[in-house]
Design a protein around this ligand. Structure first.
Ligand code: SF4
Length: 717
């Protein structure tokens, strides 16, 4: 009997394939966690096209998190100052249905809000969209992807006509030049970065440039590290464009035939002279020229980015300014080329595809588009006009609506906003005002369960079968290998059960998740993210990259279903005129620049071993030992000014809050800037919350907050 289960690592968007084997090992003692539970064996899946058998420490240790601190049954309490009591599923779901109906009457559909997660499987996402946007008539479904990659989504939409990274991981091994900006991929996307690093090492002609205010592990591997001043990304990108224009290093036929809005862009960048850019970015002039030279001379250029670009009050403008360079040089839609957003979470891509942001509908559709709404209404059997044309609350607007009493029921699923939202004290105060909050999670406690009235136990990785899409559009079937712990249920089943109790029974009756998926993929037919040829049955034979439709593709025909790994290979884009669009943006800089009262820029980020708010990784001993405490990186010059040395403690104060960290003195961070990891919430340390300090100023286009930078002052404890 084959006792290997194929699945996917449920942490980051690299999407590494895993093989899971039962705990018992022939001839060896069974490995157990510190509670005595047998630990399933996990190894990389060599047949997975994205990861080829590689895994990082997070994937390798995932099974150790399966049994600890699990939420085992529903719990209820009347108010936040009362203890929880155990409840049956019937009691908890009846209470939720009663409250949903009451809120609908009192506040209308807008009073209901769900905040989900890139940890959800596509089937979970889809049923949540159908319930909220279709049947409860509210677009108030947003997810923690708002904090992660919504600027990439909007940047792709505005520049290329649709969301969807056009590249694939093979491009990392076929490029001449890799330009990494605002990404510490070595720690945050380690296996994708390994593929690039190995290729770069083997091929000295291949160049790698990393743009980051920190000298990260990623920067260490580069030929050139540009430690630009925080907030000057657009200056740099426009400065490179200026030099390409000056040198005539542009692809004129591509610009003429495949793009629009170039003249406005060319006019704007004429102001970005090298001297001005070098001075604003605080980098040597010859380094600017060197990186521009790589862009000019490479036939195959790939750019990679993640939070350093996206988490910004000008995140969309940054993304579009980067895409401009690919449009100028015609480096898109070809092997080794293209603008490649590294997605944060394992299924943020599946969430985007299934409509899991407050402005989206399934199949990369928009709630603002009347044709899209009509298509989805018809598909779900709803009367015309039922889906609201108004985008729902974004994560930031959800906080504001809680403050003003606009939300009567908040449903938080598979995420921990009480660590990850910006301006955390404000967010906590808003959550404390929520009249009725459901937290649906696999774990208890989390920082967010403190704010719940009802807790619903969710099945997690390994306990439910469903699909996830990784950064390179590869869809993997994540197969269950054990039953849910306690009374936990898959998230989609919980949503469907609530829908049935609300009276929508015949539209929410599915025998299993394969049936949910079979319905969902049909709504993607003919879209850029066409998944309509996929099924659980087909995916059980191995992962498949989209587009994979039952119709011929609009933009990338796939004769004989040969794998088509890239989008836009025919240089036609899903815009009304088929052309990609240049976007012309001046740099606005940081929303909160340093000043005499708050003289340092705080930047935040992630560490190799931890995942987001530690809900899983904080419970894995090996990872805890790697990072015994939160810390702050300070340049020796700033440390001297403050009179602090390694392992001293400092209080870090912003206009919104205060946290305390152990000092790490290092030249890896530029003078004037300090760095703290974002992983520590109140469950894991006292006063080490990075987001107690950050602000909620957001990108006007993507509503993604500027989690990457705020002004702080430091004092020695
Ligand atoms: Fe999991 Fe990401 Fe590590 Fe791969 S790189 S094993 S997906 S955390």
């Amino acid at each position: 009997m084959n006792d290997i289960t194929k699945t996917l690592c449920p942490y980051c968007g690299v999407g590494c394939g895993l093989e899971v084997l039962p705990p018992a090992q022939r001839g060896k003692a069974t490995k157990r966690d510190d509670l005595g539970n047998p630990i399933w064996q996990v190894r990389g899946d060599r047949s997975h096209p994205s990861s080829q058998g590689m895994v990082c420490v997070k994937g390798a240790t995932i099974a150790e998190s399966l049994d600890k601190d699990r939420l085992l049954y529903p719990m209820i309490r009347e108010s936040l100052d009362r203890p929880f009591r155990r409840a049956s599923w019937d009691e908890a779901l009846d209470l939720i249905v009663t409250r949903l109906q009451a809120v609908q009457q009192q506040l209308g559909p807008q009073g209901i809000c769900m905040y989900g997660s890139g940890q959800l499987q596509t089937e979970d996402y889809y049923i949540a969209q159908k319930l909220l946007k279709g049947f409860l008539k509210t677009n108030n479904f947003d997810s923690n992807s708002r904090l992660c990659m919504s600027s990439a989504v909007v940047g792709y939409q505005q520049s290329l006509g649709s969301d969807g990274p056009p590249c694939c991981y093979e491009d990392l091994e076929q490029t001449d030049f890799a330009f990494l900006i605002g990404t510490n991929a070595a720690e945050c996307h380690p296996i994708a970065f390994n593929r690039l690093r190995k290729y770069h090492k083997r091929n000295p002609r291949v160049k790698m440039v990393v743009v980051d205010p920190r000298r990260t592990a990623t920067a260490e591997a580069a030929d050139l590290h540009l430690a630009i001043k925080p907030g000057t990304d657009i200056d740099l990108l426009n400065g490179i464009a200026y030099l390409l224009m000056q040198w005539g290093a542009i692809h004129a036929p591509f610009i003429d035939e495949c793009t629009s809005h170039f003249p406005e862009f060319a006019q704007l960048i004429s102001e970005y002279t090298p001297e001005r850019v070098a001075q604003r970015c605080d980098i040597p002039l010859d380094s600017l020229e060197e990186v521009a030279r790589y862009w000019a001379e490479s036939e195959k250029t790939i750019s990679l980015w993640s939070m350093g670009m996206n988490q910004s009050s000008e995140g969309t403008a940054k993304v579009r300014s980067l895409i401009n360079l690919h449009l100028m040089t015609g480096t898109i839609g070809k092997p080794g080329c293209g603008p490649f957003s590294l997605t944060g979470q394992p299924n943020a891509m599946g969430g985007r595809e299934s409509g899991g942001l407050s402005s989206l509908l399934p199949g990369y559709r928009s709630v603002k588009n009347p044709v899209h709404r009509a298509e989805v209404e018809a598909f779900w059997g709803l009367p015309p006009g039922q889906i609201s044309p108004q985008p729902g609350y974004t994560a930031g607007e959800m906080v504001q609506a809680l403050e003003t009493g606009g939300i009567g029921l908040l449903w938080v699923v598979a995420t921990n906003p009480v660590v990850s939202l910006p301006d955390l004290e404000r967010a906590k105060a808003a959550l404390a005002r929520s009249p009725f909050t459901i937290v649906q999670d696999a774990y208890y406690p989390t920082e967010t369960t403190e704010f719940a009235h009802v807790l619903l136990p969710a099945a997690q990785w390994g306990e439910k079968t469903g699909t996830m899409t990784n950064s390179e559009r590869v869809v993997t079937l994540c197969q269950a290998f054990r039953p849910p712990k306690g009374e936990a249920k898959p998230d989609w089943e919980i949503f469907a059960e609530v829908a049935r109790r609300l009276g929508f029974g015949d539209r929410f009756t599915y025998p299993n998740s394969a049936a949910v998926y079979a319905e969902y993929v049909q709504i993607t037919q003919g879209r850029v993210c066409d998944l309509s040829g996929l099924s659980h049955e087909l995916l059980a034979d191995g992962p498949i990259q989209w587009p994979y439709g039952s119709l011929e593709k609009h933009f990338d025909p796939q004769p004989n279903r040969e794998p088509n790994k890239r989008l836009y290979t025919h240089f036609r884009f899903p815009t009304p005129d088929g052309r990609a669009r240049f976007g012309a943006y001046h740099s606005r800089g940081l929303a909160e620049p340093p000043d005499p009262d708050y003289p340092l820029v705080l930047t935040t980020g992630r560490l190799y071993g931890h995942w987001h708010t530690q809900t899983r990784t904080g419970r894995i001993e090996k990872i805890q030992q790697m990072y015994p405490q939160a810390f702050i990186e300070i340049h020796p010059r700033d440390a001297l000014k403050l009179g602090v040395v390694e392992n001293d403690w400092v209080d870090v104060q912003s206009r919104r809050g205060k946290s305390r960290f152990a000092v790490k003195v290092t030249k890896a961070i530029a003078p004037g800037t300090v760095f703290v990891p974002m992983h520590w919430g109140s469950l894991w340390a006292e006063n080490a919350e990075a987001n107690a300090l950050t602000h909620s100023e957001s990108c006007p286009d993507s509503s993604q907050p500027e989690l990457k930078a705020c002004a702080v002052q430091l004092s020695k404890v």
